[in-house]
Write a protein that binds this ligand. Structure first.
Ligand code: SF4
Ligand code: SF4
Length: 128
């Protein structure tokens, strides 16, 4: 990952069009594990806007403090974290026909290395 959308999200829709890699799903999307509740960031797709902007564009567009927060990098160091989250319904990681579940060991993603592990573990607000 990544950034994560929390239940403070008001489903305004301002973030999704800003994402350069189409990582954000609306509340009504059936691929969203929180379908019917709030928007969702696909951790297997989010690149934290690295190579696209200086900071997460989604958070820049979001009017609601605390609805877009930091999550762990989508790297093999966090393989088990994402696997467990996929099993408990926090995430709904894409299942590729040939490659299987698109976990970090199949495809890791870019992340902002200046963001501390503490900020990620505590799911700090993505302030921009
Ligand atoms: S941080 Fe960037 S890549 Fe990730 S969901 Fe937000 S806009 Fe998309
Ligand atoms: S911009 Fe913020 S409040 Fe609006 S849908 Fe996205 S995460 Fe939710």
């Amino acid at each position: 990952m990544a950034v994560m959308i929390t239940d403070l999200c008001i489903n305004c829709g301002d973030c999704a069009p800003e994402c350069p890699v189409a990582a954000i799903l609306e509340d009504s999307n059936e691929k969203n594990p929180h379908e019917g509740q709030y928007f969702y960031v696909k951790p297997e797709t989010c690149v934290e806007c690295v190579g696209h902007a200086d900071a997460p564009r989604c958070a820049d567009a979001c009017p609601t403090e605390g609805s877009i927060v930091w999550d762990m990098p989508y790297t093999t160091d966090y393989e088990e974290y994402y696997m467990a989250g996929n099993e408990n319904g926090t995430y709904k990681i894409r299942e590729h026909k040939k490659k299987g579940l698109m976990l970090p060991s199949v495809k890791a993603q870019l992340f902002m290395d200046e963001i501390s592990t503490e900020m990620r573990e505590s799911h700090s607000n993505v302030a921009v």
